[in-house]
Design a protein around this ligand. Structure first.
Ligand code: ZN
Length: 173
């Protein structure tokens, strides 16, 4: 979304409190989406009472705004905020966004972050169950894939076979 599109969607006003001054886009992670916020709402120093604006913003039909409001209400931790959060009618899109599992970080034996397609080297001999061979220490495994739901597992091809390898037994090359 371009800044012009964002400003148009927001009606040139802060999507939390409606202020018209000092507007700038604020990213809503992890998708490359943003909402338009005033400097007060984007900063950390808003007076506590300022956040009552979220009770109105919670009714936005825009999924991105819903996600941002829902998160902000969660940070506030006062009874009214918890109540406003419970009352929110999240769109299916916002609901899926909020409840999506956070992406896992895969790390090698030294704590280095592994990425899809990396080359790793085995740091010990690994018997491959069911395949009847041992993947030798020092073997380079090219083009690894990260196992989405397990930060301790990667997949790679060794001796022509695709195997699951524990991240604790590899070193990034
Ligand atoms: Zn604002």
């Amino acid at each position: 979304m371009t800044l012009a599109d964002l400003v148009a969607r927001a009606g040139n006003a802060c999507e939390f409190c409606g202020a018209a001054e000092g507007l700038a886009p604020a990213d809503v992670a992890p998708e490359s989406d943003a909402i338009l916020l005033c400097a007060t709402c984007a900063g950390d120093n808003a007076p506590a009472g300022h956040w009552r604006c979220l009770e109105g913003a919670a009714w936005s039909a825009e999924p991105t705004v819903q996600v941002a409001v829902w998160r902000k209400l969660g940070e506030i931790g006062e009874a009214w905020a918890t109540e406003a959060r419970d009352m929110m009618q999240l769109s299916p899109e916002a609901d899926a966004w909020i409840h999506a599992p956070a992406a896992l970080t895969h790390r090698d034996s030294n704590g280095a972050v592994l990425a899809q397609g990396d080359t790793v080297v085995l740091i010990k001999d690994l018997p491959v169950k069911g395949a009847g061979f041992t993947a030798k220490r020092g073997t380079a495994v090219r083009g690894i894939s990260l196992v989405a739901d397990n930060a301790g597992h990667i997949e790679g091809r060794v001796e022509g076979q695709r195997i699951v390898i524990l991240t604790e037994f590899v070193k990034k090359k």
